[in-house]
Design a binder for this molecule. Structure first.
Ligand SMILES: [Zn+2]
Ligand SMILES: [Zn+2]
Ligand SMILES: [Zn+2]
Length: 133
C-alpha cells in the first residue's frame, strides 16, 4: 500500500512541545492541560485541535470559578474580565477579597460583582440587581 505524502505545514511547529523547560496552559476548547515551549504564541491541542493563544510572557495566571456554570477558569491576572468558554458568562476577574456574590433578582443566577458596587447586571437576563445597603 503506498504511503500518502503529507504536505509540509509550518503550523505544526507550535504543536510540538520541545523537551526542556515546559510551560502549561489550559486548552480553551476541552480544558485539557497543554504543554508548550517557551516563546510559542499559540498551542494546538492534540485532543480537540483548538488553538489556544499563549498569554504574554511574564503574565501571571489566576483562576476563578465561573458564576454561570461553576467551571474553573484560568485568566491572565491583569485582565478585568474573563468569558467562560462553556456558558459564555462574563466573569469579573478580581482578587478573591474584592468579589462578592448576589443572586439575580430576576432569574436567580449567581452573579459576581466588585465589592462596594451598588448594582450588578445579570449576564443572562440583563436584569439589574441592586446590592449593598
Ligand atoms: Zn483541547
Ligand atoms: Zn460558565
Ligand atoms: Zn438574571
Amino acid at each position: 500500500m503506498p504511503v500518502p505524502i503529507v504536505p509540509y505545514s509550518t503550523a505544526l511547529v507550535a504543536c510540538t512541545p520541545t523537551i526542556g523547560a515546559r510551560r502549561q496552559l489550559v486548552c480553551s476548547g476541552c480544558r485539557n492541560l497543554l504543554l508548550y515551549a517557551p516563546g510559542a504564541t499559540s498551542v494546538c491541542c492534540s485532543v480537540c485541535n483548538v488553538v489556544t493563544s499563549v498569554p504574554p510572557s511574564g503574565a501571571q495566571m489566576a483562576q476563578l470559578i465561573c458564576g454561570g456554570c461553576h467551571t474553573q477558569l484560568m485568566y491572565v491576572r491583569s485582565a478585568n474580565s474573563v468569558q467562560c468558554p462553556c456558558c459564555h458568562t462574563v466573569n469579573l476577574a478580581l482578587e478573591e477579597n474584592q468579589v462578592a456574590h448576589v443572586n439575580c433578582g430576576n432569574c436567580c443566577m449567581l452573579l459576581m460583582y466588585r465589592r462596594g458596587g451598588r448594582s450588578v447586571k445579570c449576564a443572562v437576563c440583563n436584569f439589574v440587581t441592586s446590592v449593598g445597603v
